[in-house]
Design a protein around this ligand. Structure first.
Ligand code: NAG
Ligand code: NAG
Ligand code: NAG
Ligand code: NAG
Ligand code: NAG
Ligand code: NAG
Ligand code: NAG
Ligand code: NAG
Ligand code: NAG
Ligand code: NAG
Ligand code: NAG
Ligand code: NAG
Length: 770
């Protein structure tokens, strides 16, 4: 591809330059080297040169004779450049492209001694276009007749040492060069000499680590056969500082074929990771050996029992329960240890150990009123490993104690300070608990301390006890203090009573929870489903509120927030719906309604009484009669008869129902007109007479439905006119009644009547009846 490109440029250039006037054509030169370029000028006159289209100044010498111009490029460092020679009238006489290449450099070789095989490996650097395909060869100058050691197309290569060993044994050193070969050029690195013992990278040593009582023993052996001087390094780390391992150096003499190192001051019961590497004199380091991890043993000097005790109030027998507490040996230790707690009466200047020692039950000792010592012994493999003891003062013993304990909290830690007793003390023991079962304790020399690692929002009881050389003073307890104060207590319930335009909201919060923040005020948030959120703030003495100006018949949601200096607590959200009507309005309405009913009833009663009076009158009242046109042909039976009002259920206002009158005589002939007066129910009509007019049957049924209700009283008078006709001549108010309407019900005619019959005007005044 590259040659294609070169060909293309060549063709292009030759087309620009008329004829092959410039030599050499497209040379490759080593960067920094020099070259002479010749331009043949048949044309007479001055000639000048351009490099990448820029005219070359005097920095490069040009020699000119009659037919040639020679440009000397010294120390040429361009990676690629186009050089052209021009005649005085700027005509291009010819050109060439000059490219440079670099030599491989910074070669380094090592001889690795991997298991089974030894390898001679070299690396070098070569600044070149990475797309160029270059074949590298490492050449051995000092070898007798093996010149090529290895080939590669990368900047490293290796060869089995066995293949070249024979060649170099005579020489002892490697004198090597690397050759870079490209299609157009070839470059050699500077020759470099490597001494065998300086490039020998040995195998990583074999390592063995053992945990001894208080240290680690590291042993290793270099694996190279040849006895040499070695320098070695041991690195070790715990899981905690894996990234910053400690390193120990150790040199091995020529005949010393094993390294031993002790790692001291190791932490008890911790995993240590150890690795080692070696190098022969100035040769490169071997790789690190495989890492070995060992668990260190429990070291007696690391065991700090921190024995302490908590003395309870004496019971009626003056027996006190003393709880012993100590720091147990970490569970990461694989050693099995046993603890024993015993108590001995304390006697000053006691000599010997033959005093009565009594066992305690687990960590609880029953101690009488006298002073005692609590002894803790730790056994490992049935032998005493460590022991400790602590003093329990007698009841009423005159001992100093601290005063004026001050406590405060700051970001989850408790600061405690106190006033020292007058007597000199060796220190103070501070113990603290949040539940009476789990105790923490710490010692200080100062009259203050900071308690860390506390549980969140727990009330702590803190006790300070002064310590003397072999005794303790009396304890003083501080006021209970919370590790930190949290949100206010949770809401227990939120109740809402909704009204028409207001709602009464009440709530309560869990009271008296330790370490809860004191409520400063409550904020009630409420809103409709899509309305803006409104809020009302009340102070901490109020636990209810009436929300005003609500919209009737609307759903609202409400919740309450308790605000304390230390946080807020939000209640759950409650939904409620305001009432559609004002209950007061409903009450007013119902009162009015009742009054109205009473009024109506009393009026009715009045009327009934009136009617009763009237009934008692022997003479009928014409005012109670219907009016009809008197027919001359009327029978006796058709004569208006007075119908006494004898149905108790009848409407008292319908004092003279003409229909009723009519019914008495014609009810069999007009069944569709009215219902049975005895019951106001719908009646199915099956009278055959009715069915005689099939053409109007359907219409009839419709009509009938409309007449199913008892006719109102005012309609009754109208009915009289409709029933006019041959069948009931005495009721007709019209003399020109049209076709007989036997099957037609009477009622609905009332409105149509005026259209069908010319109106007959009859004037009746009430006075007439009176
Ligand atoms: C001019 O110089 C070129 C190259 O140096 C040489 O070949 C040529 O013979 C010289 N011509 C004359 C006339 O000296
Ligand atoms: C070649 O150029 C480089 C940098 O441009 C310079 O350091 C070096 O001395 C030069 N060599 C010669 C022989 O001029
Ligand atoms: C030569 O290589 C080594 C590492 O192989 C490197 O530290 C050094 O910088 C290199 N020197 C040059 C001149 O590139
Ligand atoms: C290494 O080999 C080269 C090429 O044969 C030679 O010029 C050079 O002097 C040698 N160097 C040494 C130190 O033998
Ligand atoms: C080196 O040359 C010697 C004789 O010149 C020859 O016998 C030997 O085989 C050669 N070694 C290799 C590896 O070519
Ligand atoms: C590089 O080596 C390969 C095979 O070893 C060969 O085919 C190729 O021609 C070589 N290239 C050059 C530029 O020598
Ligand atoms: C781990 O780091 C601590 C503190 O940086 C240091 O005291 C200790 O010696 C280190 N331990 C090891 C094994 O390197
Ligand atoms: C030590 O390492 C072993 C195995 O890697 C592991 O089981 C053990 O828990 C570790 N012990 C400690 C104290 O880290
Ligand atoms: C803390 O001390 C008080 C008296 O100061 C006591 O009533 C309470 O029981 C103690 N609480 C615990 C957990 O010991
Ligand atoms: C405790 O007291 C000492 C000396 O009075 C003082 O330097 C130190 O800051 C105090 N520490 C705390 C936590 O108050
Ligand atoms: C109400 O808050 C005030 C401080 O704003 C506080 O002093 C008072 O104790 C609180 N009352 C109750 C009952 O929490
Ligand atoms: C209460 O409502 C007012 C506007 O009515 C608003 O400015 C304020 O931020 C609200 N308070 C809270 C705590 O949301």
């Amino acid at each position: 591809m590259y040659s294609c490109l070169a060909l293309f440029i060549l063709v292009a250039t030759s087309s620009i330059c008329k004829g092959q006037n410039v030599f050499p054509k497209d040379p490759y030169i080593e960067v920094g080297s020099s070259i002479n370029i010749v331009c043949q000028n048949n044309v007479q006159g001055k000639i000048y040169w351009t490099l990448n289209s820029e005219r070359i100044d005097k920095s490069w010498p040009v020699t000119i004779n009659s037919s040639h111009s020679v440009l000397s490029l010294l120390n040429f460092t361009h990676s690629s450049a186009t050089l052209q020679c021009h005649s005085a009238n700027t005509q291009v006489l010819g050109g060439t492209i000059i490219r440079t290449y670099t030599k491989p450099s910074n070669m380094s070789c090592i001889l690795t001694d991997t298991i089974g095989d030894s390898w001679f490996m070299c690396t070098w650097e070569h600044q070149t276009d990475s797309s160029l395909k270059i074949n590298y060869t490492v050449l051995c100058n000092s070898c007798s007749n093996l010149s090529e050691i290895c080939n590669s197309q990368e900047t490293s290569c290796k060869s089995k040492y066995a293949d070249i060993a024979e060649e170099i044994t005579f020489v002892g050193d490697f004198n090597v060069t690397v050759r870079a070969k490209h299609a157009a050029w070839e470059a050699f690195s500077e020759p470099q000499v490597f001494k065998l013992r300086e490039i020998l990278k040995i195998n990583p040593p074999k390592l063995k680590v053992t945990a001894v009582s208080d240290h680690l023993l590291v042993e290793w052996k270099p694996t190279y056969k040849v006895q040499r001087k070695y320098r070695c390094q041991v690195k070790y780390s715990t899981a905690a500082n894996e990234s910053t391992p400690e390193v120990l150096n150790k040199n091995l003499a020529e005949l010393e074929n094993q390294g031993i190192v002790k790692i001291e001051n190791v932490k008890s019961c911790s995993n240590y990771t150890v690795a080692v590497r070696c190098a022969s004199e100035s040769a490169p380091w071997s790789d690190w050996s495989q890492e070995e991890t060992v668990l260190t043993k429990l070291n007696q000097s690391d065991v700090k029992l921190h024995l302490w005790r908590k003395v309870a109030e004496a019971d009626e027998n003056r027996v006190r329960k003393v709880r012993a507490m100590w720091a147990e040996i970490p569970s990461t230790c694989q050693e099995t240890v046993t603890y024993t707690i015993k108590q001995t009466p304390y006697k000053q200047h006691m000599t010997g150990v033959d005093h009565m020692e009594t066992s305690c039950d687990n960590s609880i000792c029953d101690v009488n009123q006298d002073a005692h010592r609590i002894n803790l012994k730790v056994f490992h493999n049935k032998s005493l490993f460590v022991e400790d003891s602590v003093y329990v003062p007698a009841i009423g013993e005159r001992l100093p104690q601290v005063t004026n304990i001050q406590t405060s909290t700051f970001e989850g830690v408790i600061l405690v300070s106190w006033k020292a007793p007058r007597e000199p003390v060796s220190g103070y023991m501070i113990d603290y608990t949040h539940n009476g079962n789990i105790y923490s304790w710490k010692e200080t020399k100062y009259t203050n301390t900071t308690l860390f690692d506390l549980l969140d929002k727990k009330p702590y009881n803190i006790t300070v006890t002064p310590l003397f050389d072999d005794k303790t003073g009396h304890s003083t307890q501080a006021h209970q203090i919370c590790s930190n104060v949290g949100d206010p207590g949770d809401f227990t319930n939120v109740n809402v009573q909704a009204k028409h335009k207001s709602a009464f909201v009440s709530w309560s919060v869990k009271s008296q929870e330790a370490c809860r923040g004191a409520v400063v005020n409550y904020i009630i948030f409420y809103s409709t489903q899509d309305g803006p959120q409104l809020n009302v703030t009340v102070d901490n003495t109020t636990q209810h509120i009436s929300l005003k100006d609500l919209n009737p018949n609307t759903q609202y949601s409400v919740y309450v927030k308790a605000i304390a200096h230390t946080g807020t607590t939000k209640s759950s959200e409650r939904l409620f719906e305001t009432k559609r009507f004002d209950p007061a309005l409903i009450t007013a309405l119902s009162v009015c309604g009742s009054i109205l009913i009473v009024l109506v009833l009393s009026v009715g009663l009045c009327c009934a009484i009136q009617w009763k009076r009237f009934q008692e009158k022997p003479i009928p009242n014409p005012g109670n009669s219907s009016l009809g046109l008197w027919r001359p042909t009327a029978h006796d039976q058709g004569i208006w008869r007075f119908q006494p009002l004898s149905y108790p259920h009848q409407n008292i206002f319908n004092v003279a129902d003409p229909v009723e009158v009519q019914r008495t005589s014609i009810s069999p002939l007009t069944p569709g007109c009215h219902d049975n007066p005895a019951s106001d129910q719908t009646v199915e009509y099956t009278d055959p007479v009715l069915v005689t007019a099939p053409d109007i049957q359907s219409e009839d049924s419709v009509e009938r439905k409309e007449t199913q209700h008892p006719s109102p009283p005012e309609e009754s008078t109208e009915l009289l006119s409709s029933e006019g006709g041959p069948l009931s001549p005495y009721r007709s108010q019209s003399s020109v009644e049209t076709a007989p309407r036997t099957s037609k019900p009477c009622k609905s005619v009332s409105l149509k009547q005026p259209d069908k019959t010319p109106p007959v005007t009859i004037y009746v005044t009430l006075d007439m009846f009176e």
